[in-house]
Ligand binder design. Structure first.
Ligand code: R5P
Length: 292
């Protein structure tokens, strides 16, 4: 991703050596003269999440010691975002812990894409540039089919509604949402229980921030079909784990899956899968934040 963004900007990617010792600890060495320069550090917090997070923190420490003018973090996928509040007494507030780590590391600003919820923004004291993929996803979706008129944009859960409205707006299509119930005593367990909005006899495009098990999208698609939807397409900003794509692609009710490359897709790309690059979006954000 960093290479793609550097190419978009016509700049060279800074060199850093990252090695792992036998005990899996990493050692980071920055091989660039960055004194008095503005440095952008790009790292998605994708699996292995904890390793990537620590690597990112070590990289920042190495950079800071070389005395840059300022450092801006680019986190295309903000991991730990789902634990954005204390759902049950005794739980850690993971989204805030990660925000604190980014701030304490010495960044002046964070650029990120499609956070799980806007609540995360309030955990930061530094400015956060929060980019949406709704526009690029809806453009690509629009190019995949003939007309918009029979389509409805569906939020696979309540939290997704705001971005789904942004997705639907340029297409001039209506929206609907699915009520999802999560079982907090089990990991990754939830049920899609009710559709609110007119989807009977319509084609549906579901748009969500992320998928990690594929469950939300697959259960959502099954429910939409049960309620009389015709064709179903799914679009996601972040595909966190490759198996989720396999599961969604294998689901017969879903004809196409659109994702972005905030997290690189492992292995062979199935034909049902369309990947959009966010590199131009990030390059634009870098250009407009370089002197601010
Ligand atoms: C959670 O509320 C998110 O917006 C996603 O809907 C969810 O995390 C997707 O996860 P999975 O693919 O495991 O259902």
């Amino acid at each position: 991703m960093a290479q793609k963004v550097a190419k978009e900007l016509g700049v060279i990617l800074g060199k850093a050596e990252i090695i792992r010792f036998a005990d899996t600890e990493s050692r980071v060495w920055v091989e660039e003269d960055i004194q008095d320069k503005i440095v952008f550090v790009l790292q998605p917090f994708s699996p292995p999440v904890d390793e990537n997070l620590v690597e990112f923190l070590l990289l920042i420490d190495a950079l800071k010691r070389l005395r840059p003018k300022k450092m801006i973090a680019i986190v295309p996928y903000y991991g730990y975002g789902r634990q954005d509040k204390v759902f049950r007494k005794g739980e850690a507030l993971s989204a805030q812990v990660v925000a604190d780590l980014i701030e304490a590391a010495g960044f002046e600003k964070l650029i990120t894409i499609h956070l799980h919820s806007l609540r995360i923004l309030k955990y930061f004291k530094i400015p956060v540039v929060h980019l949406s993929t709704a526009s690029i996803c809806s453009q690509v979706f629009s190019s995949l089919k003939n007309e918009n008129k029979d389509w409805v944009a569906v939020a696979p859960d309540e939290v997704a509604q705001k971005e789904v409205k942004k997705f639907a707006q340029p297409l001039g299509i209506t929206t609907a949402y699915i009520e999802k119930k999560r079982d907090y005593t089990k990991k990754d367990k939830h049920r899609s229980i009710k559709v609110t909005g007119q989807i009977k006899g319509k084609n549906c495009v579901m748009f969500d921030d992320l998928s990690s098990t594929g469950g939300t999208i697959v259960h959502g698609a099954k429910l939409l079909k049960e309620k009389g939807a015709k064709k179903i397409i799914a679009a996601l900003s972040h595909l966190v784990v490759g198996e989720a794509a396999e599961k969604i692609v294998a689901e017969k009710t879903i004809s196409q899956l659109i994702i972005t490359d905030t997290i690189s897709y492992p292995g062979q790309k199935p034909t049902k899968l369309k990947i959009i690059s966010v590199a131009p979006l990030l390059a634009e954000a870098i250009k407009s934040n370089i002197n601010q």
